[in-house]
Design a protein around this ligand. Structure first.
Ligand SMILES: Nc1ncnc2c1ncn2[C@@H]1O[C@H](COP(=O)(O)OP(=O)(O)OP(=O)(O)O)[C@@H](O)[C@H]1O
Length: 237
């Protein structure tokens, strides 16, 4: 059974007739040009944006899953980490426990995993952009939800934190979770289990990166010429 199934998702002017299935244990990336519908589709998948069509988590349609249960089963990370108020980092991460009815379980571990332990008592509205993004990722991690939907989580992160977040995604998938996240770096997309390509609001392709990210598709969808070249390669020490 699919962990995430989307059938004919349509939001007028934004995405049209998008269907997609992701199996449990999949680390999937959503790519496409600016405005191609990635954020829209992620919000539909998370049940945050009404759409025509149907979304299922583990075979259940969203209306069959009550709201608190949704908060335990799926976590959403928005594209922009903006905070109006100066709550502490720790209290924002603890919001990930709201649907569980506790506010402590796993919070310290999530803070440590996103390298936030020393920032735990800082107000979130006085952090850098990358630090704020890591707070939202730690909150998503604290939910312990099996479905993780992240909108451009890597964009504001430095190389080490980006690598660590990718490794976190891999671990969550290896543990049976399902992760769909949007990104623009096609080299990173090449390392994932599945790549989903949106173009002008429509699903253009979905499958293994080497089968999907062909020079023809990259030219057609992104207007770029692709070539394999030796270049800089980085990894954690
Ligand atoms: N709140 C909104 N109301 C109406 N249209 C919107 C809204 N948000 C986005 N759109 C439009 O929907 C389309 C898809 O936008 P979306 O944000 O999903 O794209 P994206 O692929 O995530 O883009 P980016 O790579 O720039 O983040 C775009 O044409 C955009 O202008």
């Amino acid at each position: 059974m699919s962990a995430l199934s989307i059938e004919g998702a349509t939001v007028t002017g934004r995405v049209a007739e998008v269907s997609l299935q992701l199996a449990p244990g999949t680390l999937a990336g959503l790519v496409g040009p600016n405005g191609s519908g990635k954020s829209t589709l992620l919000q539909v998948a998370a049940g945050l944006l009404p759409a025509r069509g149907e979304v299922r988590w583990d075979g259940q349609t969203l209306p069959q899953i009550e709201v608190l249960e949704r908060g335990r089963r799926a976590a959403w990370v928005p594209q922009e980490a903006r905070f109006e108020f100066g709550f502490s980092v720790r209290s924002v991460v603890a919001q990930g426990r709201f649907a569980h009815g506790d506010d402590e379980h796993g919070v310290d571990a999530a803070l440590a995993r996103l390298d936030l332990t020393t920032l735990a008592h800082r107000p979130v509205n006085r952090l850098s952009g990358g630090e704020r993004q890591r707070v939202l990722l730690a909150r998503a991690l604290a939910t312990q939800a099996r479905l993780q939907l992240w909108d451009e989580p890597l964009a504001p992160l430095d190389p080490r934190h980006a690598l660590e977040v990718l490794m976190l995604g891999r671990e969550l998938a290896n543990a049976g979770g399902t992760m769909l996240f949007s990104l623009h770096d096609l080299r990173v997309a090449h390392c994932l289990d599945v790549v989903v390509v949106l173009h002008e609001g429509r699903l253009r392709a979905a499958g293994k990166p080497e089968q999907v990210l062909t020079p023809e598709l990259l030219r057609e969808v992104f207007g770029v010429r692709a070539r394999t070249a030796p270049g800089l390669s980085i990894e954690l020490p």
